[in-house]
Design a protein around this ligand. Structure first.
Ligand SMILES: Cc1ncc(COP(=O)(O)O)c(C=O)c1O
Length: 384
């Protein structure tokens, strides 16, 4: 019997059914899902509109290289153009977040003719060689180096350092405006503005990785909107496929025009199923005012959490935006996460001490009240 190679800890749970904001285990026990497969099921598990679109597409044409035109790709482009600024004229699809990060790094070097890439402390951009080269966590890098050359780590939220690190030889700066994996660390307005200003000054490409923050989760379609900046390359993943594995890069003409055939390619990238999923997910995003709902429900969740937990001896801070929330503890959160699971709530860890909540936008008032109650109880239990 083969064994699955495990890199994540086994949570001791077999999920046998999922719908909306809930999953059920093989014993029929129900859980509120704030793990959502690392944030993927933001539109709810098996979102009916996405499932319908995928089923219809499966029954029409499920695979065709991008050498061939398929109508669903055109339809996807049409609707995607409604959710990004006009400066983006091109879209490229791959299959995972790490792949689209690698692609963006390649594009930045190719388009600028420069080599240097700047990333930040506590960043997470994925685990392929390229993405790992701009991911700060030493634990993920150890034993597989050397990674990409000419990558430089700067301090997140440190404005003063930017002028020194980002220079006229910098091809790209890659940043998450809220660092997900790294601890739900929120970029300051000042820092984001300074990163944008310095990249413009030096002719470097600003890549904003919204694989976790984007597609409505943080209360606006894109988090960069809240900072009044626009990146040169925007990366999306996770939620944008409504559960289907797909990642998306948005690029302006100025960058796309510097790329030639053969610069990149992918067997699966941009396949009709992925296009159908992205199209349907975007329809849901627009028609159901997903960002607004994420904003309102996130406000309610964070307010109640603050009421329940503020001043608790092991709670350092509660932070985030919309439905991307981190509860920074004075302890490692594994025990708390286990307790939550035993009480019907799935959550995940971020950084070293942060309990991370990535609920779907379909979460309701009762779910929120239940979750806050259980979180309070489990934090109390973990602190004794
Ligand atoms: C901000 C960010 N970038 C990139 C990735 C990598 O995505 P994937 O796991 O789909 O390769 C992740 C995954 O957690 C992420 O949160």
């Amino acid at each position: 019997m083969l064994k699955y190679l495990m890199f994540y800890e086994d949570r001791g749970l077999e999920i046998s059914y999922a719908e909306g904001q809930y999953v059920w285990d093989s014993n029929g026990l129900k859980y509120i899902d704030m793990h959502t497969g690392h944030g993927v099921a933001f539109l709810g598990h098996r979102n009916p509109h996405v499932v319908k679109a995928l089923t219809e597409q499966l029954n029409k044409v499920s695979i065709a290289s991008t050498s061939f035109r398929v109508r669903v790709r055109e339809e996807m482009l049409n609707i995607l153009s409604k959710i990004v600024p006009n400066s983006f004229e091109y879209v490229y699809l791959l299959n995972s977040g790490s792949e689209i990060v690698d692609f963006a790094l390649k594009v930045a070097r190719k388009a600028t003719g420069r080599k240097k890439i700047v990333y930040f402390t506590n960043s997470f951009h994925g685990r392929t060689f390229g993405a790992l080269s701009v991911t700060s966590n030493i634990r993920y890098r150890r034993g597989v180096e050397p990674l990409l050359q000419d990558t430089y780590q700067a301090k997140f939220n440190n404005v003063d350092e930017l002028d020194k690190v980002v220079d006229n030889e910098t091809a790209a700066v890659i940043v998450e405006l809220i660092q997900g994996e790294g601890g739900v660390n929120v970029a300051s307005k000042e820092f984001a503005k300074a990163v944008r200003a310095r990249t413009l000054e030096t002719g470097s490409i600003l890549i904003i990785d919204e694989i976790q923050t984007g597609f409505g989760r943080t209360g606006t379609t894109w988090l960069f909107e809240q900072y009044n900046i626009v990146p040169d390359i925007l990366l999306a993943g996770k939620a944008i496929g409504g559960g289907f594995p797909v990642s998306v890069a948005f690029l302006p003409h100025e960058i796309a025009s510097k790329l030639e055939p053969g610069t990149h390619g992918s067997t699966y990238g941009g396949n009709p199923l992925a296009c159908a999923a992205v199209k349907a997910a975007t329809e849901v995003l627009i028609q159901d005012s997903v960002p607004l709902k994420a904003y309102d429900k996130g406000r309610e969740l964070i307010d109640l959490l603050k009421k329940e937990l503020s001043g608790h001896r092991i709670v350092r801070e509660i932070r985030g935006a919309g439905l991307m929330i981190g509860i920074d503890l004075r302890i490692e959160p594994t025990k708390t996460i286990k307790c939550l699971q035993n009480n019907g709530l799935l959550a995940l860890k971020a950084g070293v001490t942060v309990l991370r909540l990535l609920p779907p936008y379909v979460i309701n008032r009762d779910d929120i009240a239940y979750a806050v109650n259980v979180i309070g109880k489990c934090i109390e239990e973990s602190s004794s």
